[in-house]
Design a protein around this ligand. Structure first.
Ligand SMILES: Cc1ncc(C[n+]2csc(CCOP(=O)(O)OP(=O)(O)O)c2C)c(N)n1
Ligand SMILES: [Mg+2]
Length: 326
C-alpha cells in the first residue's frame, strides 16, 4: 500500500490481532454479565491505535507502560488469550500479577510490559524513568506510556513530559483520545482542542493521528521510535479514536452520550474499515475472514476453559510481595 515496510503478511497479522482483541473483549464482557468475571475494561474501538502502535515497536524488547484500556495492545505485544483470561479470573498462573491485581492491570516481565497502578497517569512517569535507564545503560530500548486524554489533567502527565524533554529521553507518550473520561467529555477536561497541542509547552513534537487507522498509527509511532533511538528525545502522539462500549462493565454510557452519537462513531469501526481496505488491496478474502474468525473462536473458547479450570492463588501466599521476609 505504501513504502512503510508493511508487507501484506504483516498487515494480515495486524488485522488478526485486532479481530482477536475484539473477540476476547466480547467474551470477557459475557463472562462478566454471567457473573463469572468481576469487572471488565475494554479496548473495543481502540484496536487500530493499540495494534498499530505495538507493531511499530520491538515487541517484547521495548518497554510499554499500558493502562486498563490496552487489551489489544498487550495481545499484540505477545500476551496470550490464556494469560488474559487467567488474569481476568484472578488465577495463580496469571503472569500479570498471579491474580493479585484487579483485572486490566497489565504487567508481564518477560514481555517488558511494566505493571502499573490504578492511579491514572502514573505510568507516564514510569515510562520516563525506564527511558532514563535506557539512556544510561545505552540498551537501545524505547519506552512507551499509553494513557487516555482524561488522565492528561493529572500532574504526573506534565512532570513526565517535562522531565523527558529536558533530558531528551527515548520515550513516546501515546494518547488514546476517545473524547471521554468515563462520563466527562474532553471539553470539560481541557481548554485546548487537542492533547497534542500541549507538546509545544515542553519542547517536543506533538503529532495527531487517525487512531482508527492502524497503518497511519504504525507510521507515526515508527517515526517517533526512530527519533527516540537516535537520541533526539520524546514525542507526544495523540490517536483520535472512540470507545464503542461503556467505560467498564460497571458503567452505563446511556447516562452521558446519545445512541445516535455511538452509532455515528461505529461507522468508522477500525476493524471493519481495515477489513474493507485489505479486501480492496486483494490481501484478504471473505473465506479468509471466516477462517480467521473460526480460528479465533476456538482460541477464545480454549482460553476461557483453561482459565476457569486453573487454580486460584493459595491463601497462604496472601502476604507474598507485600511484606519482606526475614
Ligand atoms: C488519579 C485518578 N483519578 C481518578 C481515577 C478514576 N478513573 C479511572 S479511569 C478514569 C477515566 C480516565 O479517562 P481517560 O484518561 O480519558 O481514559 P479512557 O478510559 O477514556 O481511555 C477515571 C476518572 C483514577 N483511577 N485515578
Ligand atoms: Mg478518554
Amino acid at each position: 500500500m505504501s513504502d512503510n515496510g508493511l508487507t501484506p503478511e504483516i498487515m494480515l497479522d495486524m488485522y488478526y490481532h485486532m479481530v482477536l482483541a475484539r473477540a476476547v473483549d466480547d467474551r470477557m464482557w459475557i463472562l462478566n454479565r454471567q457473573g463469572r468475571a468481576p469487572v471488565v475494561y475494554t479496548s473495543n474501538g481502540h484496536e487500530a491505535a493499540q495494534v498499530g502502535s505495538a507493531f511499530a515497536l520491538n515487541r517484547g524488547e521495548d518497554w510499554i507502560c499500558p493502562y486498563y484500556r490496552d487489551l489489544a495492545l498487550v495481545l499484540a505485544y505477545g500476551m496470550t488469550p490464556r494469560e488474559i483470561m487467567l488474569h481476568l479470573l484472578g488465577r495463580a498462573e496469571d503472569p500479570n500479577s498471579g491474580g493479585r491485581q484487579m483485572p486490566a492491570h497489565w504487567g508481564h516481565a518477560k514481555l517488558h510490559i511494566l505493571t502499573g497502578g490504578s492511579v491514572v497517569a502514573t505510568q507516564d512517569v514510569h515510562a520516563a524513568g525506564l527511558a532514563l535507564a535506557s539512556k544510561v545503560l545505552k540498551d537501545g530500548r524505547v519506552s512507551v506510556a499509553y494513557f487516555g486524554e482524561g488522565s492528561t489533567s493529572q500532574g504526573e502527565f506534565h512532570e513526565a513530559l517535562n522531565f523527558a524533554a529536558v533530558h531528551k529521553l527515548p520515550v513516546i507518550f501515546f494518547n488514546e483520545n476517545n473524547g471521554y473520561a468515563i462520563s466527562v467529555p474532553s471539553r470539560k477536561q481541557m481548554a485546548v482542542q487537542d492533547v497534542a497541542a500541549r507538546a509545544a509547552g515542553y519542547g517536543m513534537p506533538g503529532v495527531i493521528v487517525d487512531g482508527n487507522d492502524p497503518v497511519k498509527v504504525y507510521e507515526v509511532v515508527k517515526e517517533a521510535a526512530d527519533r527516540a533511538r537516535r537520541g533526539e528525545g520524546p514525542t507526544l502522539i495523540e490517536a483520535k479514536t472512540y470507545r464503542f462500549v461503556p467505560h467498564s462493565s460497571d458503567d452505563d454510557d446511556r447516562a452521558y452520550r446519545s445512541r445516535e452519537e455511538v452509532a455515528e462513531a461505529k461507522k468508522r469501526d477500525p476493524i471493519a474499515m481495515f477489513e474493507a481496505r485489505l479486501k480492496e488491496a486483494g490481501i484478504l478474502t471473505d473465506e479468509k475472514v471466516k477462517e480467521i474468525q473460526k480460528e479465533i473462536k476456538d482460541i477464545v473458547n480454549d482460553a476461557t476453559d483453561y482459565a476457569e479450570k486453573a487454580a486460584l492463588p493459595d491463601p497462604a501466599t496472601l502476604g507474598d510481595h507485600v511484606y519482606g521476609s526475614l
